[in-house]
Structure formats: structure tokens, C-alpha cells
Design a protein around this ligand. Structure first.
Ligand code: PMV
Length: 332
């Protein structure tokens, strides 16, 4: 099955190609997985091997504006910088747009403003593709539901499926070959005391994309076969932690899940290693603080940076120990 088949199945009719407004505009928050998505059951459709569960960062994300232009090509500007048309990033966006313009009748100028470091493991592709999908929906007034937007944005980047809601969001792996059941949905749980701290060690482009790293892990890591079982256990424990507001259980489960994901990568060949010396040093610092009784945990995605997990009451401790941390509220 191809991506275009999924698009066709969602629209069920020729995709309306007449813009309803001058501009399409949308914001999508980025999301941090507490139980991660790592590995695809269908590479073309970005269908995951397992379900995953994330928390959205309220006001950290991407604002995308799309305007039609009278040129035979698309232009992309990210944080006020023009992106070269031949770059991987611009090509990925144009290919995604092609899914919605079978006859290539229109081209657009896309302006993306992200208030998170791009491509440093802070889920920029998640909020990027989610906001792009919503902005298209706005421009053409397609009136797609959030569920449909989640399925379509997933075709651009898997984790984008989770970026249409605030709070906790679960992306169900689904079993159907067309992925119509591989969709995210928000959980009706709030935890206003929860905080996420962004600990940025490097804003450099990551050495290997999550897409490539994921595939290499699935293809070559002997540890990958243990991953689906680990995710199943962690999802059940995490949901229990959310329902009982047990923060140690939430933090421990998220940290252990992230470390296990990185362990599967380390066992790939060539090894995939997103740790920098600073990443490891910060981990040791967190473990030492925990030994002293502080309730502080971390998670890490496909990049060297850590995301700290803690409760509002520990904010001053966290700031004192990590002066550069950027603290984000996750609920209003
Ligand atoms: O959506 P992608 O292809 O950028 O993959 C995201 C993978 C992780 O961020 C490492 C985990 C996750 O669930 O977000």
C-alpha cells in the first residue's frame, strides 16, 4: 500500500484544490514520548511496531503559514532562513505536499517558526508535520477531523500523529495494513504539577536521522526483539502511574523506557549512539540527585539532549543544579 492510497481513502473524492483563504495557518505543539515509538511495521506508511504515549509541550512547537505562490516550485523558510530546495528537509516537505496535489496544480510558500531547536532530538519533525498538515487543512478548508489529520501527518513523520492534542496522548499501533487504526488520541488525564525541563547539550544536526537509526536497529540489533515486550509492560505501568498520580512510577518508567530504546540502538551495527559525553555526565548527575532523595528523572530521544521530568515543587532544585535548563509547563 502506498501513501497516496491512504490519502485517497481519507478524502474518498478528488481532493478539493481551491484555496478558501489567502493563507493557511496552524500551530502544533511538539510532544515528548514517555513510552517511545521505535521501529516500523510498515516503512512506507510509518506504521509503528508498538503503541506509544507522549506528553505535549503546551507552547513549544511549530507555527506554520502556507501561502499559494505563482511559481512552479515550493519555497520553505524555517525560522526566517530560506531552506535550499535541494536539501533533504525541503524535499521531504515537497514530497509530502505532492500527496495532496496529484496534478501538481499549485505550489506554496511555507513559513515555519519553531521555538525549539530543530533536529536535535526535540521532536521538531513531529510538530513540523502536524502544523503543516493542519495549515493545509486550513488553507483548503478540507474540514478533516483530528483523527484524519493524525493519520495523514503520520505519513510525513510517525511522531507527528501525536502532535494534534495537548496533554497525554496515546498513539495506537493498530493492526490494519492500511493503518486506518494507527491513530493517536488524547487521554482524559491532567497533571498540572508536572514539569518538563529541556536540557540542551547540542543544537547541532544529529549525526543520523531517527528514520535511518530506527531502520538500522530493526534490521541489525539483536536486542530489538525484546523491545515490543518492554513497551507493552511500560505502557501498562505508565497508565497506572497516570491514574494514581504516582510520579516516581511515571519518571522511572519513562527513564527506563528511553534507556532500553538506546540500548537497542547501541546493539545495532554500525552502532547508533546519540550520547555525547555531556549527556552521560548529566545522567550521572541526575542519578546522584535521586540518591539524595530528589524526584528527578529524564528521557532522551534521537539526539543528545535530555528532557528532565519533575514536579513543580522541585523547580528551584532543578534550576540550581542545571542552570541552563529551560522549564516548560505541560498543562495550563
Ligand atoms: O517521528 P520520527 O521518525 O522522528 O521518530 C521519533 C522517534 C523518537 O522521538 C525517538 C521516539 C518517539 O516516540 O517520539
Amino acid at each position: 500500500m502506498k501513501k497516496s492510497d491512504v490519502v485517497q481513502a481519507i478524502f474518498r473524492q478528488p481532493i478539493p484544490q481551491d484555496p478558501k483563504h489567502e493563507k493557511g495557518l496552524a500551530f502544533a505543539p511538539t510532544n515528548i514520548a514517555l513510552v517511545k515509538y521505535w521501529g516500523k511495521r510498515d516503512v512506507e506508511l510509518n506504521l509503528p511496531v508498538t503503541s506509544s504515549l507522549s506528553i505535549a509541550l503546551l507552547d513549544k512547537g511549530a507555527m506554520t503559514t502556507i501561502t499559494l505562490q505563482d511559481q512552479a516550485y515550493d519555497t520553505v523558510v524555517l525560522n526566517n532562513q530560506a531552506i535550499p530546495a535541494h536539501s533533504e528537509f525541503a524535499k521531504r516537505i515537497s514530497q509530502f505536499l505532492d500527496l495532496f496535489r496529484p496534478e501538481k496544480k499549485w505550489h506554496v510558500h511555507i513559513d515555519i517558526k519553531m521555538n525549539i531547536p530543530a533536529a536535535a532530538g526535540l521532536a521538531s519533525s513531529a510538530c513540523g508535520f502536524a502544523s503543516l498538515m493542519s495549515a493545509l487543512n486550513d488553507l483548503f478548508n478540507w474540514q478533516l477531523t483530528l483523527r484524519q489529520l493524525s493519520i495523514l501527518a503520520r505519513l510525513g513523520s510517525g511522531s507527528a500523529a501525536r502532535s494534534f492534542w495537548t496533554g497525554f496522548v496515546e498513539w495506537h499501533a493498530g493492526v490494519q495494513p492500511d493503518g486506518m487504526d494507527s491513530v493517536a488520541e488524547p487521554l482524559a488525564i491532567e497533571w498540572p504539577m508536572l514539569r518538563v525541563g529541556l536540557l540542551t547539550m547540542s543544537e547541532k544536526q544529529k549525526p543520523i536521522s531517527s528514520r535511518e537509526a530506527m531502520q538500522r536497529t530493526v534490521d541489525s540489533s539483536i536486542l530489538y526483539s525484546a523491545w515490543p515486550k518492554k513497551v507493552m509492560q511500560d505502557l501498562a505501568i505508565l497508565k497506572q502511574a497516570l491514574h494514581t498520580k504516582n510520579f516516581s512510577l511515571l519518571g522511572g518508567t519513562a527513564e527506563s523506557n528511553a534507556l532500553t530504546m538506546h540500548a537497542t540502538m547501541l546493539a545495532s551495527w554500525p552502532a547508533v549512539c546519540y550520547f555525547l559525553p555531556e549527556t552521560i555526565a548529566a545522567m550521572h548527575q541526575i542519578w546522584a540527585l535521586r540518591q539524595q532523595g530528589m524526584e528527578l528523572y529524564f528521557t532522551q530521544d534521537a539526539g543528545p539532549n535530555l528532557k528532565l521530568l519533575f514536579l513543580e515543587t522541585d523547580t528551584h532544585h532543578v534550576k540550581a543544579n542545571f542552570p541552563t535548563v529551560e522549564i516548560v509547563k505541560v498543562f495550563e
